[in-house]
Design a protein around this ligand. Structure first.
Ligand SMILES: Nc1ccn([C@H]2C[C@H](O)[C@@H](COP(=O)(O)OP(=O)(O)OP(=O)(O)O)O2)c(=O)n1
Length: 123
C-alpha cells in the first residue's frame, strides 16, 4: 500500500477530474460503500464538509491572499477540507451520471455570454 505522500507525489502533476472520479469510485466499491453513496447522502456529506471548511475561516476577519500568516498546520487543514468538498462534489456528479468537467466547461462558456467583457474605464 503506497503512503499518503507517495500517492500525492504520483498524482501531483496533471490531476484530472476523471482520475479523481475513478479513484473515488474504487474507494467506495472496495469498502462496500456504494449503497451509502446515494445522491442525497453525498449532498449532505458535501454540505457538512463545506461547514468544516467555513469553520477554518470563522471569526478570523479578512484573510490575505496566499495566507501569509498561517502556519503550515493551518494550511494543511485547509487543504484537507477543500479536498473533502471537491471529492464529495466529484462523487456526487458521478453517481448522478454527470461529467462534471464537461459541465463546468460548458458553464464557463455560458457565464462568458451572460457577462461579456466590458471596455475597461480609463480616467
Ligand atoms: N461514507 C464516506 C465517508 C468518507 N468518505 C471520504 C470522502 C471524504 O474525503 C472523507 C470524509 O471523511 P470523514 O467523514 O472522516 O471526514 P473528515 O476527514 O473531515 O474527518 P473529521 O470530520 O473527523 O474531521 O472520506 C467517503 O467517501 N464516504
Amino acid at each position: 500500500m503506497e503512503s499518503t505522500c507517495e500517492y500525492a507525489r504520483k498524482y501531483s502533476k496533471d490531476v484530472s477530474l476523471h482520475e479523481l472520479r475513478d479513484r473515488l469510485a474504487e474507494f467506495a466499491e472496495v469498502r462496500g460503500w456504494d449503497q451509502f453513496h446515494s445522491p442525497r447522502n453525498l449532498l449532505l456529506a458535501l454540505v457538512g464538509e463545506v461547514g468544516e471548511l467555513s469553520e477554518i475561516f470563522q471569526w478570523k476577519g479578512e484573510v490575505a491572499k496566499g495566507l501569509p500568516n498561517w502556519s503550515s498546520g493551518d494550511k494543511e487543514h485547509l487543504e484537507e477540507e477543500l479536498s473533502d468538498v471537491l471529492l464529495y462534489l466529484i462523487r456526487l456528479a458521478d453517481v448522478c451520471g454527470l461529467d462534471l468537467g464537461q459541465a463546468a466547461l460548458t458553464k464557463i462558456v455560458k457565464n462568458a455570454r451572460k457577462y461579456p467583457v466590458a471596455a475597461r474605464q480609463t480616467t
